[in-house]
Design a protein around this ligand. Sequence first.
Ligand SMILES: CCCCC/C=C\C/C=C\C/C=C\C/C=C\CCCC(=O)SCCNC(=O)CCNC(=O)[C@H](O)C(C)(C)COP(=O)(O)OP(=O)(O)OC[C@H]1O[C@@H](n2cnc3c(N)ncnc32)[C@H](O)[C@@H]1OP(=O)(O)O
Length: 172
Amino acid sequence: MKQVGEARDGAESLCPPIDLVGEPDWQPFDAPALVGASLRFVSGEPDGNRYRVRYYRDAHQQLQARVWFGPETEGPPGHAHGGSMAAVMDEVLGLAAWAAGHAIVVGNLNVSFRTLLPLETVVTVESAVVSAQGRKVLVEGRIRQGDTVYVEAQCLCITLPDQSPASRQDAR
Ligand SMILES: CCCCC/C=C\C/C=C\C/C=C\C/C=C\CCCC(=O)SCCNC(=O)CCNC(=O)[C@H](O)C(C)(C)COP(=O)(O)OP(=O)(O)OC[C@H]1O[C@@H](n2cnc3c(N)ncnc32)[C@H](O)[C@@H]1OP(=O)(O)O
């Protein structure tokens, strides 16, 4: 049976390069340098047909991402699978907490799907760390393109002992 992304002759057909450039006042953010190469479920195939992701920090130091939802994220015909969008929010919002200095895992992720997201669209994933009290770090975010909001999410992150970003970098 022919697989998604497989050309007629059986060779894998990759989509062409995608422009994931950020806004002029964004700085590129090296996520693997902070959390390691295990961060690959969403952002591990930068030339693949699933997601293509590039991270930035904005002028307020908040994490932003440009994300392309490729043909392999399909759910409803021609549109992104809800789980594929939830996975993006899990990674981006969890990473936002790490980028703000909190060594966390995601405890709860609340995702509202507002608008069907057409495949092969480049979107912006915005994030903001809104509070940090005790072990609880609350991060909010959304997937949008222009004025269209596709997803809104709230993410409760819980800090882990002895896993601070600084201590992980010292350990290398
Ligand atoms: C030890 C293993 C370490 C593994 C990870 C290590 C390093 C990670 C390194 C790099 C990370 C890389 C990238 C990070 C960026 C993105 C990654 C994507 C994010 C993920 O993909 S990450 C995977 C999915 N994630 C899980 O697989 C979590 C499984 N889970 C647990 O590991 C525990 O469940 C935990 C730790 C969450 C809590 O367990 P715990 O025993 O430490 O703490 P406890 O239960 O006492 O909760 C303390 C206070 O948080 C409240 N609280 C807890 N959970 C809540 C919930 N769900 N809703 C509402 N409130 C909640 C309690 O109500 C209490 O509140 P209060 O103090 O007020 O009573």
